[in-house]
Design a protein around this ligand. Structure first.
Ligand code: ZN
Ligand code: ZN
Ligand code: ZN
Length: 375
């Protein structure tokens, strides 16, 4: 997310304090170096910006954590209760060696974990500053925290889901023959913000043959009567939690004769996957639940991506709902269930809901009807 995106309230100090301590516990003796981005936002309530100047939250295995930050960027952290969190702040100015400042708190560490999206220029400089420490990724450590959402996080995802549902409810206002995907997309983008998001993160309007490309964005293609149109949209609410929902529309009666029967298979596959979600089953079993329905209909070769991805402060995060992921689902995990069927050169369809694993089952956060919406 860009630093221009409006920032919502920062979580309670108690919440942040327990996250920082859990990160330290999960790191089990490894020092943590957390760069600006969603990991930092999770721990401090603020993501900061990612710049060529080093900003990093250092959480040593023992001792006081420190935020190393350029003096000119420090005012941006004014709302973060660093004092109450027991986090020191060390500022630096151009000409100083910020890597030495970060390394200072980690001297003696055999291993340091850097957050996954730390720019390489900082990773390599930190390696030089800590020549005796093995560098590993912090992702596997931080994901153990972020993957299980607490009640406030789930509530934020619920509100994001409701907001994007309100946008889908309005798609019929804009989607009609003679308009380009880009024109429709601009209206949707404005509505995403109007309905309560801080920004639109992505807008896919895949009409006709473009719908067969899962990550198509927008083009100047003019929408025609008979088109099937994939609309996949989302963005963060001010608290930083994201929506992501796909519905498929038809502009008049679909021109391809196979649409209705194929779409029915997709709808059954998506429902089977949602129905399979509960604590104790594997992530890959949810993928299999969707895929087996599509394969049984002889359409397996047209379902060309995993069934879903985790969602939270990032649109795509753990857990991934994919063959080979034996991770056991637990209450609080939130992810998309989004099978698609793509017929190259003609049309495509996808249905995507965000769901949360509950104590004994599943709560879908998107509530719009799943059927092909004929406009
Ligand atoms: Zn995607
Ligand atoms: Zn999506
Ligand atoms: Zn998605």
């Amino acid at each position: 997310m860009s630093s221009r995106t409006p920032q919502g309230p920062i979580p309670d100090v108690a919440v942040l304090r327990s996250r920082v301590e859990r990160a330290r516990t999960e790191a089990a003796g490894t020092g943590l170096l957390i760069a600006p981005g969603s990991d930092l936002r999770y721990l401090l309530g603020l993501g900061g910006g990612s710049f060529e100047r080093l900003t990093t939250l250092v959480i040593p295995a023992d001792g006081v954590p420190v935020l190393v930050v350029p003096k000119m960027e420090a005012p941006g952290f004014a709302d973060v209760p660093l004092d109450e969190l027991g986090i020191d702040v060390v500022t630096w100015v151009d000409g100083d060696d910020p890597y030495a400042l970060a390394a200072d708190r980690l001297s003696g560490a055999d291993r340091v974990a850097v957050s996954d999206f730390t720019p390489a220029l900082h990773v390599l400089a930190l390696r030089s500053a800590l020549p005796k420490a093995e560098q590993v990724l912090a992702g596997p450590i931080v994901r153990e925290l972020r993957m299980r959402k607490d009640a406030a996080e789930i509530d934020a995802l619920r509100r994001a889901g409701a907001a994007i549902d309100r946008v889908h409810a309005r798609v019929r206002e804009w989607l009609r023959p003679g308009r380009t995907e880009a024109e429709v997309g601009a209206d949707i983008e404005a509505a995403i913000v109007e309905e309560g998001h801080a920004a639109a993160d992505f807008v896919i309007v895949g009409s006709g043959p473009n719908g067969a490309s899962p990550h198509h964005s927008l083009s100047d293609r003019v929408i025609e009567s008979g088109d099937v149109v994939v609309v996949d949209i989302g963005g963060p609410i001010p608290e930083g939690y994201n929506s992501d929902s796909t519905r498929t529309y038809a502009v008049g009666t679909p021109r391809d004769a196979d649409v209705m029967a194929t779409y029915a298979v997709l709808e059954a596959a998506q429902q089977a996957a949602v129905d399979a979600v509960r604590p104790g089953v594997s992530a890959e079993s949810i993928d299999a639940a969707a895929r087996s329905v599509i394969e049984a209909a002889g359409l397996g070769e047209y379902f060309i991506h995993r069934t879903g991805h985790g969602i939270g402060l990032d649109v795509h995060e753990e857990p991934y709902i994919v063959a080979g992921n034996e991770l056991t689902l637990e209450p609080g995990m939130a992810f998309s269930v989004e099978p698609g069927i793509y017929r190259p050169g003609r049309w495509g369809a996808r249905i995507e809901d965000i769901v949360v694993v509950t104590a004994d089952g599943v709560e879908p956060l998107n509530r719009r009807p799943h059927g092909l919406t004929v406009l």
